[in-house]
Design a protein around this ligand. Structure first.
Ligand code: FES
Ligand code: FES
Length: 179
């Protein structure tokens, strides 16, 4: 079947098997920030933003993404021009092995797109679907709080990212119990 979607602002058309997972499609296209982890929707390391909402791409069919806008961490910033969330993760030392970091950054992005004055509890809630074996979550929480302050003070506006925020009950959406 043919699907059309946008990846980090670029339009794509793909011929896919109905059972192809979005994670498989993205990695086949070279989007390697989307990591293989549990592949059962538990660890969050395969997180991407679809129309601004974080989903686990290991349990989300590529066909479900037809007509949608997908953003991965490659679409947020570059090493030369990092997104404030990425910069805050680096500055606070929130990156250790880095395996969970793209997903952490995207989950943080979803939160800060809606709330630039999060409490620590809000941040912990937003990151609770992202399992990290290294940091103990202290530094990532610090990083998101720092990014929120800077984005608020700097009047940060997203460019080129989808602004859709409608409810999404699709299977890849993190379970309420994981948040
Ligand atoms: S790989 Fe663990 S949630 Fe997708
Ligand atoms: S930094 Fe290693 S798993 Fe999170």
């Amino acid at each position: 079947m043919k699907i059309d979607l946008t990846i980090n602002g670029a339009a794509h058309s793909f011929e896919v098997h109905p059972g192809t997972l979005l994670m498989e499609l993205l990695r086949k296209e070279g989007v390697f920030s989307v990591k293989h982890g549990c592949e059962t929707g538990e660890c969050g390391t395969c997180t991407v933003l679809i129309d601004g909402r974080s989903i686990n791409s290991c349990i989300y069919l590529a066909a479900q993404a037809h007509g949608k806008s997908i953003v991965t961490v490659e679409g947020l910033g570059t090493p030369e021009k990092m997104h404030p969330i990425q910069a805050a993760f680096v500055e606070t030392g929130a990156v250790q092995c880095g395996y969970c970091t793209p997903a952490m950054v995207l989950a943080s992005h979803e939160l800060l797109s809606q709330n630039l004055e999060p409490t620590e509890a809000d941040v912990r809630d937003a990151l609770s679907g992202q399992l990290c074996r290294c940091t103990g979550y202290v530094k990532p929480v610090e990083a998101v709080m720092l990014a929120a302050r800077r984005m608020k003070e700097g009047g940060h506006r997203e460019e080129g990212l989808s602004s859709h925020r409608e409810a999404d009950d699709s299977p890849g959406r993190r379970q309420a119990s994981l948040r």
